[in-house]
Design a protein around this ligand. Structure first.
Ligand code: ZN
Ligand code: FE
Length: 240
């Protein structure tokens, strides 16, 4: 059983601190910064043993070096980004697995937001860490890839079980939802969800994790029927 703690940092980033009780291992997903992560682990009496990076962007890797200095942890990340994430100890790609204690995560290649972006899927826990590829009602911008790649990514992620909890790296849900309502004005599930999101955000509460089931019903990028539709929606959202 994993314990997963949300650490909000910068303007809208979420760092996930993940503890596996049996082994005592503690892992950090995408540490933008080090201080609040080290403080939270300290407060809980957890020793950080690993970092898992989804992609090279500084708001996902900026804390790597300082956390490693403080803890001696092992850093795992995308094989394709060895040069852009110089702190990596272990390089992984689709087909590889990573362990936290005895808990096994499968690596999924999801290029498009960045060329080497990966996601970590843990079947035994129904958990996926997706970085900046899939957001609640949104997807990552296409900085280093194509709409076709993002379309393929959506197919991979929507094939995960309904009840998979999706831990993305930003609280973008409200602005994503505002665009989603424009893309799919007749989607009732989307309207319902947006009402809940507005209530949560008004109270300052998070809307992440989401689930694969909820994204299938409300995410205009996962729901785009063709590559062209996804491309058009991504461009529209960029200019929204
Ligand atoms: Zn990013
Ligand atoms: Fe990011």
């Amino acid at each position: 059983m994993l314990e997963i703690i949300r650490i909000p940092v910068l303007s809208d980033n979420y760092i996930w601190l993940v503890h596996e009780a049996e082994s005592g291992e503690t892992m950090v997903v995408d540490p933008a910064v080090a201080e609040p992560v080290l403080a939270e682990a300290d407060r809980r009496g957890w020793k950080i043993t690993q970092i898992w990076n989804t992609h090279w962007h500084p708001d996902h890797t900026g804390g790597n070096a300082a956390i490693k200095d403080a803890t001696g942890c092992l850093i795992t990340g995308p094989a394709a980004e060895q040069e852009r994430i110089p702190t990596l100890d272990r390089l992984v790609k689709e087909g590889d697995t990573v362990k936290l204690g005895e808990v096994i995560a499968e690596v999924i290649d999801v290029p498009a937001h960045t060329a080497g972006h990966i996601a970590f899927y843990i079947p035994s826990e129904n958990v996926a860490f997706v970085g900046d590829t899939l957001f609640a009602m949104g997807c990552g911008r296409l900085f280093e890839g194509t709409a076709e790649q993002m379309y393929d990514n959506m197919r991979k992620l929507e094939s995960l079980p309904d009840n998979t909890k999706v831990y993305c790296a930003h609280e973008y849900t409200q602005s994503n939802g505002e665009y989603a309502l424009v893309a799919e004005p007749d989607n009732f599930a989307l309207k319902e969800r947006m009402a809940e999101v507005l209530t949560l955000r008004a109270r300052g509460e998070p809307t992440v994790p989401t689930t694969i089931k909820l994204e299938r019903a409300t995410n205009p990028f996962m729901r785009a029927a063709t590559v062209e539709e996804l491309a058009a929606r991504r461009t529209a959202k960029d200019n929204f």
